[in-house]
Each structure stands twice: as structure tokens, then as C-alpha cells.
Ligand binder design. Structure first.
Ligand code: SF4
Length: 226
């Protein structure tokens, strides 16, 4: 029986992307080698927060928790969840009637049967071609005025045909220039480009779950560089 190192699990709702607002059970796994400076889930990898022995739970136990919540979607996130073999977890979730949604940077092979893949590419670990093709939607983090064009150049036409969410990096969420660039891109390019936001952070939705297990706040800690 495979076990997974779990940073937190909770029942809330999807706060971004195509499935925005839907009831969802979150499984946040430990570990990410990418280490983005603005990571909003650094509690999964930053040495200041990662415990010596991360709590581990079996695929079956996690799937039962997800099914018991009543949510029809489990969002497997991190950290970077694809550093783990998700085969058994996604099988157990499917057996219990819960769809597996993945949040990934796309830089590592995806092991498991996913029903939905949100790929948010990162410059320090570019996505694999096979993952770009398998993605259901894309989420481009807009860090500065050039971010969108740089990503369009980097990723090319392979990302066409699926939603491409443009989201301000959270510490820049009130930056008028970033919001203007997102707005202009959607107006000028239209098609699959969509203006996005992390609505759950406004609601503090994660904090409303009584089973919440969390060591760092979502939104990062600018004093520690993320
Ligand atoms: Fe890893 Fe994602 Fe955080 Fe970057 S934003 S350090 S890829 S978990």
C-alpha cells in the first residue's frame, strides 16, 4: 500500500481556473525542487517549515477522506505533486467516485490517471512536451509586464485549444500595470485567454475548514522571500 507525505488536507472549493467555485477536497503533498521565490505553498518544501518526518497517509485513507467530504473532485496539489507516483491515489479516488484534478508545473512525468490537469509553467523548471499536450488548462503567473509575451513565445502553439488563465502573482495582485496587461491581452487576443484570480485567498476559504492542517499561510511570506 503506497503512502504519501501530506502537508494538509481539507474540504473547501476550487478558487481558480475552469472549475472555480466547485466543492473540492484538497490533498497538498510535501516536496518541490523548483523553489519559486514567490511560492504560496512554501510550507511544503521550505526548510523553515518542513518537519523532519512528514506525516504519511495511504492512498486508500486519503480517498476515503475525500469521498466522506461529499466533494466530487479531489485536487492533488503541493508542492509539486508529480514528484510522487500518483497512480495508486488516483485509482483509489476513482474507485470511490471522486475525480482527480492535478495542479502541476509540468516539469516532471505525470504518473497516475488524472481527470483534469492544470499546468502552471515555471521558468526554473520548464514543462515537458508530453505534459503540455496532456494539460486541460494552463495558468500563467503574471509577474511583470513582459510575463505573458515571454510565456507565449516559450510555449508556442502547443497550448492552443484549452483555457489559458492569466493570473497576477499574488504579491502583485493590486499592481495596476499587471492588471492592465492581463486585461489588454484578453481583449486583444480573446480566444482561450482568460483573466484569472485566486478567489479563495479573498474568501480565506481554506481557513474555514475545521480539519485544516497548515503550517504557513497561503499567500506566501514576503519576509522570507516568497
Ligand atoms: Fe514549487 Fe509551485 Fe511553489 Fe514553484 S510555486 S516552488 S513550482 S510549489
Amino acid at each position: 500500500m503506497q503512502t504519501y507525505p501530506v502537508h494538509e488536507f481539507f474540504h473547501s472549493w476550487q478558487g481558480e481556473g475552469t472549475h472555480l467555485g466547485k466543492s473540492a477536497f484538497f490533498i497538498r503533498l510535501f516536496g518541490c525542487p523548483v523553489k519559486c521565490s514567490w511560492c504560496d505553498s512554501a510550507g511544503t518544501w521550505h526548510p523553515d517549515y518542513v518537519p523532519k518526518e512528514a506525516p504519511r497517509y495511504s492512498a486508500e485513507w486519503l480517498a476515503e477522506k475525500a469521498a466522506d467530504s461529499g466533494a466530487k473532485i479531489a485536487i492533488i496539489t503541493g508542492g509539486e505533486p508529480t514528484i510522487h507516483d500518483l497512480g495508486e491515489l488516483t485509482e483509489q479516488l476513482r474507485a470511490k467516485g471522486v475525480a482527480s484534478h492535478l495542479e502541476t508545473c509540468g516539469a516532471f512525468p505525470i504518473k497516475g490517471k488524472l481527470d483534469w490537469i492544470t499546468l502552471s509553467p515555471k521558468w526554473d523548471a520548464l514543462p515537458l512536451d508530453e505534459n503540455l499536450e496532456a494539460a486541460s488548462e494552463f495558468k500563467l503567473i503574471v509577474e511583470d509586464a513582459n510575463s505573458i509575451e515571454k510565456w507565449i513565445q516559450q510555449l508556442g502553439s502547443v497550448i492552443e485549444g484549452r483555457p489559458i488563465w492569466l493570473q497576477p502573482e499574488w504579491s502583485k495582485r493590486a499592481d495596476k500595470e499587471i492588471l492592465r496587461i492581463i486585461t489588454e491581452t484578453v481583449k486583444q487576443r480573446g480566444g482561450f485567454f482568460r483573466a484569472g484570480y485566486q478567489l479563495h485567498k479573498i474568501y480565506l476559504a481554506d481557513n474555514l475548514d475545521p480539519n485544516l492542517q497548515k503550517s504557513t499561510p497561503l499567500g506566501g511570506n514576503p519576509e522570507l522571500g516568497y
